[in-house]
Design a protein around this ligand. Structure first.
Ligand code: ARG
Length: 401
């Protein structure tokens, strides 16, 4: 039987050419796999037709938007995950859901190998292949751009020679990856890290310098997950979409960073993640009143480690699974409402309420009638400073003072 390869297919020039390119280089049949994670653009049906027209023997398409929002974006929100303190892992969390569908398609169509369109310089090749190895240890991986010398020029020449139904003239100077959680733009003019991004780079956000009137929004959470916006019930996908629209209109969630790739390169990336950043802000503020201090402090370090693991392609790893269990446990009481104003590029929280809050007005108040016994603070401070005091006495003695 002819060998079969499933290919992660976007519908764009590179992966459209990859269908025939892989076929010619390996003699295998190619099955195109397109997964909708909310990237917008063409319909799955149009993408399926193009895959078949480009020579795929089968096309597998999946609307994974809810799956992506529920099982990938929500854990990212619960972790308040920001790689290097900035990046809400937009591309990093879409790879594992695509991997799941690639492995499923490989099983359905009896493929031995999984192919993807990544280069040999980025994180995404790692995320795809580590994920595939983990979910399908018997499957092989191939990346035509990296392993079969499929350059951009060769792709254009191939598409024209074979008359593939794909535009070859449209030159986008940037490499863009997007889904409902956000959008990532790199390369070209942005590679000079002193160059400020030009207006044409943005798509999910309007210019924050000229915002419309402030937009006040109330987000209701249940156990760490948004369940209503302004009192109207929403699914996780709808919550992200609605805040992409409203926070995006105010220019919230623009990020310009030089980040550390797993392969050891520092690279410049522009992100826009209005919904994600507004949700993370609201979620964090709700945690501030519902999670006990020590648990909250520890959770911040867990969230950071979680972000690194996910960035580094370890979504399906045992450590990530264990950290998920910890994070999930912390979300038990993260329920309530957060009110925030979206305006001029910022999402500013200005009100919070929760039935499971730890905020105790009677303890906190500076008005008369508070229940906090200040006399106990004196002894507490004495003991709290004791070990440093003992050490410093020794230090001074040793220094001969
Ligand atoms: N640097 C980001 C990451 O590794 C985004 C990668 C995809 N970006 C792109 N513009 N094609 O997660």
């Amino acid at each position: 039987m002819t060998d079969r390869i499933v290919l992660a297919y976007s519908g764009g020039l590179d992966t459209s050419v990859a269908i025939g390119w892989i076929g010619e280089a390996t003699g295998a049949e190619v099955i195109a796999v397109a997964v909708d994670v909310g990237q917008g653009g063409e319909s799955l049906e149009d993408i399926r037709q193009r895959a078949l027209a480009c020579g795929a023997v089968e096309a597998y398409v999946a609307d994974a938007r809810d799956e992506f929002a529920n099982d990938y974006a929500m854990p990212t929100l619960k972790a308040n995950a920001l790689y290097q303190g900035h990046y809400p892992l937009v591309s990093a969390i879409s790879r594992p859901v695509i991997v799941k569908h690639l492995v499923k398609a490989a099983r359905e169509f009896g493929a031995t190998t999984v192919a993807h369109g990544c280069t040999g310089k980025g994180n995404d090749q790692v995320r795809f292949e580590v994920g595939i190895q983990t979910l399908g240890p018997d499957l092989k991986c191939i990346a035509p751009v990296r392993d079969l010398a499929l350059t951009r020029d060769k792709a254009i020449a191939f598409a024209e020679a074979k008359g593939l139904p794909i535009e070859t003239t449209k030159k986008n100077p940037y490499s863009i990856d997007q889904n409902v959680w956000g959008r990532a733009v790199e390369t070209g003019y942005l590679e000079d890290i002193w160059n400020a991004p030009t207006k044409d780079i943005y798509d999910y956000t309007a210019t924050p310098e000229f915002p419309p009137a402030p937009d006040e929004v109330v987000v209701t959470f249940k156990q760490g997950v948004p369940v209503a916006i302004d009192g109207i019930a929403v699914s996780p996908l709808q919550a992200i979409q609605e805040l992409n629209r409203r926070a995006g209109a105010q220019g919230v969630g623009r990020i310009d960073v030089v980040e550390d790739r797993l392969v050891g390169i520092k690279s410049r990336e522009i992100y826009e993640a209005p919904g994600a950043m507004a949700l993370i802000t609201a979620h964090k503020h709700l945690e501030d009143i519902t999670i006990e201090r020590e648990q909250a402090r520890f959770k911040a370090t867990v969230g950071q480690r979680w972000s690194e693991l996910v960035y580094d392609g370890q979504w399906f790893s045992p450590l990530k699974r264990s950290l998920d269990a910890f994070i999930e446990d912390t979300q038990k009481y993260v329920s309530g409402d957060i009110r925030m104003t979206l305006h001029g590029g910022a999402a500013i929280v200005n009100g919070r309420r929760s039935d499971t809050s730890l905020y105790d007005f009677d303890l906190a108040t500076y008005d008369t009638g508070d229940t906090f016994d200040q006399s106990q603070a004196k002894g507490f401070i004495e003991l709290w400073g004791m070990s440093s005091k003992v050490a410093s006495t020794r230090d001074q003695r040793a220094a001969g003072k």
